[in-house]
Write a protein that binds this ligand. Structure first.
Ligand code: ZN
Length: 135
């Protein structure tokens, strides 16, 4: 079930982070996002590309890279926000597998980039869309 964003939470993402991931990734790939949170707005300041493998329609992130990304963020005084990934051949909505993973990490923001644009999602008690601002 997809619930329309209530506009209570927003995310600001630099276009450079989106463009570089799109350029570097032949198919799916993932970056960890960190930054600051001011009231109901996340400001992405860093995108840290994670190694991983795309097999049989599933992208598996290198867990060590993810831990390193979170460690870097917190040691720089930033907050871990969530993941950015690409859907080269589909829409910017979470796949069924994405949704399963999101349900395992409530509150983690998932930013999805596709040819149709960028959208951001969070799973709390249900899937909710965030308002995205690209700068
Ligand atoms: Zn996905």
């Amino acid at each position: 079930m997809i619930v329309e964003s209530l506009g209570v939470r927003k995310i600001v993402i630099p276009n450079s982070a989106l463009e570089s991931l799109w350029r570097e990734c032949p198919s799916e790939c993932v970056a960890a996002l960190s930054g600051t949170r001011i009231e109901d707005v996340y400001h992405v300041l860093e995108a840290y590309k994670l190694r991983g493998a795309y097999t049989q329609g599933t992208f598996r992130v290198d867990f060590g890279d993810w831990v390193e990304a979170v460690r870097r963020a917190t040691s720089n005084g930033l907050e871990y926000i969530g993941l950015l990934h690409i859907h080269k051949d589909s829409q910017s909505t979470p796949s069924p597998l994405d949704l399963r993973r999101m349900m395992e990490c409530p509150g983690e923001v998932w930013v999805i980039l596709s040819k149709s644009g960028v959208r951001a999602w969070v799973y709390e008690s249900e899937l909710r869309e965030l308002t995205v601002f690209v700068t």
